[in-house]
Ligand binder design. Structure first.
Ligand code: PLP
Length: 391
């Protein structure tokens, strides 16, 4: 691996040296005071991220607990749903991308699910959501930042609909929390989920769920999935423990990564992510490329990842050569998922990216397109990205 290898995939994202070093300390028991100190630190910092994700840095929750789970975000999604409708119920799942669909599929293991579906990349139809959510609905599931498309979904508007029907609201903030605004109380969120390996910039393997105090009476430990029983996790968290063996090195890595977020402060971090995502978009547009999807509403674009339509000459069967040309330059980006494979590419700005790395990402994509014969204005794109980063 080259020393300057640049990981721009939407997870896992680059992990800082001090995070990597924290993970290689000598092993301790997960029942030791040493581990409890790690858990306490990680939990406190992650709770700060969940509660303090506003452009002003103000807190967004009247009360709740961040739980750290041994397992990636899909486990967190299952924990959220399985603790509310573990023995059945009615769920409305908003689906306009791969991860909205995943939430529906997780919920279908436990409950009757009504999917409110839009094309991947199309905005959520709020009228359709309002029609689907009734007083019979127990839970509404929603993805904030749809990683498969780069669309930022209206968590607030769907939260109003859930609140009107007295339904519980569980939100996947996997690629927004830690990089963008996320308001727990204002948006009516009962349980929020995030992943260690995304905007928290920790290694993959852990997820975190934020459980509001309000939702605790609605949890059903008897019907919950055994490993993800939130009531049990809450009890153990009081003594900085988990019910089962903790992945000690990963918890150490998460504690170190989240401490870095605390140092930067969520307000500055959100501003940086917004600037960097705008720089990616401006750079690619100036080069002659188009966003996927093309939206009238700039606020609907993700601030943590950018999806771009592949141009003719790098699309479909030609996409592989373009991706190889990117990789050959020591940069890793992602293609489209599902039916968007060969149609789009995606770059992430989650974590601790520098302005220079954003510029390198823009230049690399331009040079790789050039190499496969697509005529793009690489220098103009780089200049536009630089200008946005300097604003
Ligand atoms: N939700 C979103 C929005 C994601 O982007 C991802 C992963 O990319 C997940 C959930 C699932 O994460 P994992 O595969 O790490 O469980």
């Amino acid at each position: 691996m080259r020393e300057d290898f640049l990981l721009l995939n939407p997870g896992p994202v680059p992990v800082a040296r001090e995070v990597r070093e924290a993970m290689s300390a000598p092993m301790v028991s997960h029942r030791s005071a040493a581990f409890e100190a790690v858990y306490e630190r990680a939990q406190e910092h992650v709770e700060y991220v969940f509660e303090g994700s506003t452009p002003s840095g103000d807190t967004t929750s009247a009360g709740g607990t961040a739980l750290l789970l041994n397992g990636t975000a899909t486990m967190g999604m299952e924990a959220a749903v399985g603790n509310l409708v573990g023995d059945g119920g009615e769920v409305v799942a908003v689906v306009n991308g791969k991860f909205g669909r995943r939430f529906a599929r997780v919920a279908e293991r436990y409950a009757d699910v009504t999917r409110v579906t839009a094309d991947w990349g199309a905005p959520v139809d709020l009228d359709a959501v309002a029609d689907a959510v009734t007083t019979e609905t127990d839970v509404v599931t929603m993805v904030h930042n749809e990683t498969s498309t780069g669309l930022l979904n209206p968590v607030d508007a769907v939260g109003d609909i859930a609140a009107d029907a007295d339904a519980r609201y569980v939100v996947d903030g996997v690629t927004s929390i830690g990089g963008d605004e996320f308001r727990i109380d204002d948006w009516g969120v009962d349980i929020a989920v995030t992943d260690a390996q995304k905007a928290l910039a920790a290694p993959p393997g852990l997820s975190a769920v934020y459980v509001t105090d309000d939702v605790v009476p609605a949890l059903d430990g008897e019907a919950a999935p055994f490993y993800e029983d939130i009531e049990w996790h809450l009890r153990k968290a009081e003594s900085n423990q988990t019910p089962f063996t903790s992945a000690v090195p990963l918890f150490r890595g998460l504690a170190a990564a989240a401490a870095r977020i605390r140092e930067e402060g969520m307000a500055d971090r959100i501003a940086r992510h917004r600037r960097q995502a705008a720089a990616f978009r401006d750079g690619f547009h100036e080069m002659g490329l188009a966003s996927f999807p093309e939206l009238n509403d700039a606020a609907a674009y993700s601030n943590t990842l950018t999806a771009i339509r592949l141009p003719a000459g790098a699309r479909g069967a030609d996409a592989a050569a373009f991706m190889d040309a990117v990789t050959a330059r020591g940069v890793s980006i992602s293609g489209g998922q599902g039916h968007l494979g060969g149609e789009i590419f995606r770059v992430s700005n989650m974590g601790q990216l520098t302005a220079q790395q954003v510029v390198r990402g823009v230049r690399t994509v331009g040079d790789a397109l050039d190499e496969v014969g697509v005529d793009v204005a690489v220098h103009d794109g780089v200049a536009a990205a630089r200008a946005t980063l300097e604003q």
